[in-house]
Ligand binder design. Structure first.
Ligand SMILES: *Cc1c(COP(=O)(O)O)cnc(C)c1O
Length: 353
């Protein structure tokens, strides 16, 4: 007799980032901007004062209320998680009954499908058009034909960078009344089509937010859900009681206490993303048979390259200590500092030939 792992987990491998010394990391859509020293000190002082022998506030009230005031939403509609990854896991496991179906779009953030499959949900995947666009009508008929109970998609989308407008998202929410619609707005600080203000108008809308991108707290692990009171209370009821530790609550609260700093960092990232895209577009205009650049509305650029040249470019950059992401014939490049972008552009252009 021997214990054997079940088949849904036996083939899985632990999540690992690429090991090695990389001078420039433009692979994970993190912010290239560090937290200002004064705010970091506030954060550390706050942590020093914590009674770490005590459990944290299960409701994470202070950080939720700071988040709520930044977005001008009702704090009772906000709940906090250990990164939005924890939230995704909870949604895909707790908001579906056995046998119910979730719909995802492809390409989209791969974790949606991963967590749902771990939770043994039935899933159906709607393929987007070849330019990564899709319409509300496509989604509505797909969701309704599948009788899906859960739809999760990112807007703007990671990894395509394509966004759909607020009016289209509203159509989806209204066109799928029996389905929970979870809109992952991880990159919406870089665009302006959020539906976060609408959560109380609908019984089937959740907006997922992370502190890992625009808010430059990827290392802190904090994410939020914004939804009506019924959905929020359901999430609070199913989450593990002390999901967000007190150091994270304190650190995130210190950072969210400085909305002016957040706005400045977002503006800086947006301008870096715009100039990276511009330089790549100029290069694409010069060498149209070698690359084309997608119109993205997030903090990364998406480059399409013919044949296997994206893969070869990825490897060549990696050899030079520059890390980006490669998805088939696409490269996804996070906007970095001016120096990082310049270094990336130089290496990219050198390796084009
Ligand atoms: C980065 C990212 C997240 C963030 O996950 P965290 O666990 O909060 O770091 C969520 N959704 C999408 C689409 C992302 O790209």
């Amino acid at each position: 007799m021997a214990y054997i792992l079940n088949e849904k987990i036996s083939g899985l491998e632990p999540y690992e980032t690429i090991q090695g010394d990389f001078r420039i990391r433009l692979d994970a859509n993190e912010s290239f901007i560090e937290i200002p020293e004064s705010t970091k000190n506030e954060m550390l002082e706050g942590i020093a004062e914590l009674s770490l022998n005590r459990y944290p506030d299960p409701r994470a009230r202070r950080v939720c209320s700071l988040f709520a005031s930044y977005y001008n939403v009702d704090p009772d509609c906000v709940s906090a998680f250990n990164g939005s990854d924890e939230l995704l896991f909870l949604i895909s496991t707790c908001f579906l009954m056995k046998g119910e179906k979730a719909v995802f779009l492809a390409p989209d953030f791969s974790m949606y499908r991963f967590y749902s499959e771990l939770g043994e949900a039935r899933t159906a995947i709607m393929q987007k058009n070849s330019d990564a666009s899709f319409t509300a009508e496509d989604v509505i008929s797909f969701v309704n034909a599948e009788r899906a109970r859960l739809l999760i998609f990112s807007n703007p989308c990671n990894p395509t960078g394509v966004g759909i407008e607020r009016q289209e998202v509203i159509k989806i929410i209204e066109g799928c009344p029996d389905c929970l619609v979870a809109v992952d707005e991880a990159y919406m600080e870089f665009w302006d089509q959020s539906v976060i203000d609408l959560v109380c108008n609908y019984d089937n809308l959740m907006v997922l937010k992370t502190c890992s991108k625009a808010f430059r707290m990827a290392g802190i692990r904090c994410g939020f859900c914004v939804a009506n009171k019924t959905l929020t209370d359901a999430l609070l009821a199913v989450k593990s009681p002390y999901n967000v530790n007190s150091m994270t609550q304190t650190a995130a609260a210190a950072i969210l206490s400085h909305p002016g700093e957040l706005d400045a960092a977002i503006a800086h990232i947006k301008s870096s993303a715009a100039s990276l895209k511009q330089e790549l577009s100029d290069m694409a205009a010069q060498f149209p048979d070698k690359l084309s650049v997608r119109d993205t509305c997030a903090n990364f650029s998406v480059i399409e390259m013919p044949g296997d040249s994206a893969k070869r470019m990825y490897e060549a950059l990696k050899k030079e200590g520059i890390l980006v992401r490669c998805f088939g014939s696409f490269l996804r490049v996070t906007a970095g500092s001016d120096e990082e972008n310049a270094e990336f552009i130089r290496a990219f252009e050198n390796n084009l030939f």
